[in-house]
Design a binder for this molecule. Structure first.
Ligand SMILES: Nc1ncnc2c1ncn2[C@@H]1O[C@H](COP(=O)(O)OP(=O)(O)OP(=O)(O)O)[C@@H](O)[C@H]1O
Ligand SMILES: [Mg+2]
Length: 324
């Protein structure tokens, strides 16, 4: 097996607020992304996905745990400064309006990406901004134009071209399709997948849209209140979810045609991440909770689930109780 490109181990990221307990937005997460691998990260709003993405990109300091990228620890250097080696991690954000400069020609913005790779001391391979535009499905003539001349989906393609020009080893997309028209969503997601896989880069793709995640991810990680509660191959998680939270998420998704958006609300309230429930964080909302769940926090076991209903055994994951 190829060694992971990105290794997140027992990561804790917290936000400090005056006069209140810190919010542990990421509360002990371990996650790998390998070269050419697409990992989809899903979970309800506020569960810590963006915080995790920012930490992976070296924009937020971990309180505990570590992040390694290409064998080197990822650490922020200070406000607005990134380690030049971290330009091999490129991000694509939700809002393609905000991430492009409205007053500069698109070709010049893609050239910034090319320069980023050169500044790392890598010999250039001669790919021009026009060629990067072609790779993302736009005409070469777009280089001389400005962002406002394009649709949201096209602008997101431009943002992807700029990221690609920096020759990343890892692409991180934080809801990169949620601001796009339905017709552009699957196209942009599929494009991100094929560009990452072709170049041997990894892709961490955060999305509320399970139907799109299912389409492009090799693996899915499900996050709840700062923790990964289940992870597995896309087929495993989609067809045979184990964690009661994953089951609830999937059950709430309309899937007659296999499609679906994460529900905005499951039954019960999402607890305050500053004061998470004792034991399993999901137990107050869990239909299968029993006494142990309120006492003891389950760890992610070898079979890929963090739930007291299961135990790891020599034969894989063994259900200890009926998960309803
Ligand atoms: N700068 C901040 N200061 C204090 N708390 C914050 C800050 N940013 C995020 N949080 C809190 O941290 C938790 C995780 O937020 P985060 O943005 O990582 O979630 P998310 O999963 O990306 O949500 P969404 O799906 O809505 O984008 C939330 O409870 C949020 O309110
Ligand atoms: Mg977010």
């Amino acid at each position: 097996m190829t060694p992971p490109l990105l290794t997140v181990s027992d990561l804790v990221v917290q936000y400090h607020r005056s006069g209140a307990p810190p919010v542990r937005a990421v509360a002990g997460v371990s996650l790998d992304v390998g070269p050419g691998e697409v990992v989809g990260l899903v979970g309800e709003s506020g569960c810590g996905k963006s915080t995790l993405a920012r930490a992976v990109c070296g924009l937020t300091a971990p309180a505990e745990g570590r992040i390694d990228f290409d064998g080197t620890p990822v650490r922020p250097l200070g406000v607005r400064r990134r380690d030049p080696a971290l330009t091999r991690v490129q991000m694509v954000f939700q809002d393609p309006y905000g991430s492009l400069n409205p007053r500069r020609q698109i070709g010049a913005q893609i050239a910034d990406g090319i320069r980023t790779a050169a500044e790392r001391g890598e010999p250039t391979d001669g790919t021009t901004p026009q060629q990067y535009l072609t790779r993302v499905g736009l005409p070469e003539s777009a280089a001389a134009r400005y962002p406002h001349e394009f649709s949201g989906g096209q602008r997101q393609r431009i943002a992807i071209a700029r990221a690609l020009a920096a020759r990343p080893r890892l692409l991180v997309g934080d809801e990169p399709i949620s601001a796009l028209d339905a017709s552009a969503q699957a196209q942009v997601a599929t494009l991100m997948r094929s560009l990452a896989v072709e170049s041997g880069a990894g892709l961490l793709f955060i999305s509320h849209d399970l139907s799109v995640v299912r389409l492009i991810a090799d693996r899915i990680a499900v996050m709840y209140l700062g923790r990964i509660v289940e992870t597995g191959s896309t087929a495993e998680v989609w067809d045979a979810p184990r964690h009661p939270y994953t089951k609830a998420l999937l059950a709430a998704v309309p899937r007659a045609d296999g499609a679906g958006i994460l529900p905005t609300e499951l039954p019960g309230d999402v607890p305050d991440p500053a004061a998470p429930p004792a034991g399993c964080r999901f137990h107050p909302r869990c239909p299968a909770a029993f006494d142990r769940c309120a006492r003891e926090e389950p760890q992610l076991i070898a079979g890929g689930v963090a739930c007291h209903l299961y135990a790891a055994s020599d034969h894989g994951l063994q259900p200890l109780r009926s998960p309803h």
